[in-house]
Design a protein around this ligand. Structure first.
Ligand SMILES: [Zn+2]
Length: 403
């Protein structure tokens, strides 16, 4: 099912379309970014920034059980009654169309959409808000993806296969990140977000160094985006282990605050204004395998994608360094840690890597990528990852899964 509403599969204001020989640079980010413990209790004060007095809340049924009372109480204290629309679980056009129709049928008018949840709920919320021409407020309940700060949503089929992106003329009006809520969520989400954030440095670097490289908004990456992408990965390397330990205890430590900021703000700006390349193309290709898309998180696929990206670019020493960190923090480092077996899954994996080689994101790589070089890079990444896990052990990986 496709949306009846027109959407943009390319950046609406692509800077690359201005016709100049050297496309202009650009930077994009949310209207406001606010982070700290207990912020959801003060939601109404932040809504005054929009300004909004009649919000609709877009949240999953599980999210409503966990956070609904806190959210609705905080709004009621300010005499604000909110409309609630339940997100059904997949960021697909079927779900987006359903939610738009349902919200349009509500008798109570609303003047903002507050999307509360994980990456898919937030991405679907951005699409719904755009179709309803209302500002979107993003409240992530996990720090696992770049969805909160970006003006792009990743669209999936009803079955969960990545289909591409939809781009919006505006970034979220407000990203409100309650670090106490993030600390209370399963640690695996935080660690997956670190996988997504780590890739930001290497993908932005690829786009920056390749004169033909473009950011997600279609311009040359800014040096600001470069610096942010660099700081993003460095923060994860420096504070990631301590942040995960704090999250296991449900404590909002300074390391956890910094990693939440890296996963959410730095990674969000870094990827959108710095650009993405092979790591995300591989992650997207891996969603073609049911066992991966059903059992693994976006950032976990990006971690395997990043190792493949570094193998493809033949920065083998860096690949080994990233693989060691991934093993220490519990991210997948090799195919078996994505429940893939080269004997059984070989043909499906090879097909996924062939379509990855042809993905538009690959145009940011400084050389031609073929199905053969893509496959060889995946196998080399798998080998490097297995060696890293043999050296470091898989305790962190198993701990995240409760083994
Ligand atoms: Zn990502």
């Amino acid at each position: 099912m496709t949306s009846s509403v027109e959407y943009s599969p390319k950046p609406i204001f692509s800077l690359a379309d201005t016709g100049r020989e050297m496309p202009p640079i650009g930077l994009i980010g949310p209207g406001r970014y606010v982070q700290g413990p207990g912020l959801l209790n003060h939601l109404s004060r932040f809504l005054a920034l929009i300004p909004s007095t009649r919000p609709a809340i877009f949240i999953s049924a599980g999210g409503l059980r966990r956070h609904g009372e806190q959210l609705l109480d905080a709004l009621r204290d300010a005499h604000i009654e909110a409309t609630v629309e339940i997100f059904q679980g997949e960021c697909s056009y079927a779900e987006i169309d359903r939610a738009v129709a349902s919200l349009q049928a509500h008798k109570r008018p609303f003047d903002s959409l507050i999307a509360v949840g994980g990456g898919k709920c937030l991405d679907a919320g951005k699409c719904v808000a755009y179709r309803l021409a209302t500002p979107v407020v993003i409240c992530p309940t996990i720090a696992s993806t770049d969805a909160p700060c970006s003006a792009v949503s990743v669209i999936y089929s009803v079955e969960g296969v990545a289909q591409g992106g939809e781009f919006f003329p505006h970034s979220p009006a407000l990203a409100l990140v309650d670090s106490q809520v993030i600390a209370a969520a399963p640690v695996r989400y935080l660690v997956a977000g670190m996988g997504d954030a780590l890739a930001t440095r290497y993908e932005a670097r690829t786009c920056f160094r390749n004169p033909a490289g473009r950011s997600v908004i279609g311009g040359r990456p800014t040096i600001a985006a470069q610096a942010i992408a660099e700081l993003c990965a460095q923060t994860i390397f420096d504070e990631g282990i301590a942040a995960a330990e704090a999250a296991y205890c449900g404590e909002v430590s300074s390391a956890l605050e910094r990693v939440i900021e890296a996963n959410t703000l730095l990674s969000g700006i870094g990827f959108e204004s710095g650009g993405v390349a092979a790591a995300h193309a591989v992650a997207s290709g891996l969603t073609q395998l049911p066992v991966v898309r059903e059992q693994y998180l976006h950032g976990e696929m990006v971690a395997m994608g990043l190792l493949t990206h570094l193998a493809l670019e033949q920065t083998v020493e860096e690949c080994a360094q990233v693989a060691r960190f991934c093993a220490e923090i519990g991210l997948p480092t090799h195919l078996a840690q994505l429940s893939l077996d080269i004997t059984d899954d070989g043909p499906a994996l090879q097909a996924a890597m062939a379509s990855t080689a042809a993905a538009p994101l690959m145009e940011n790589e400084p050389f031609d990528v073929t199905p053969e070089t893509m496959w060889a890079a995946l196998l080399q990444a798998d080998e490097i990852g297995r060696a890293a896990t043999a050296a470091v052990g898989d305790r962190a990986y198993r701990r995240l899964r409760g083994d």
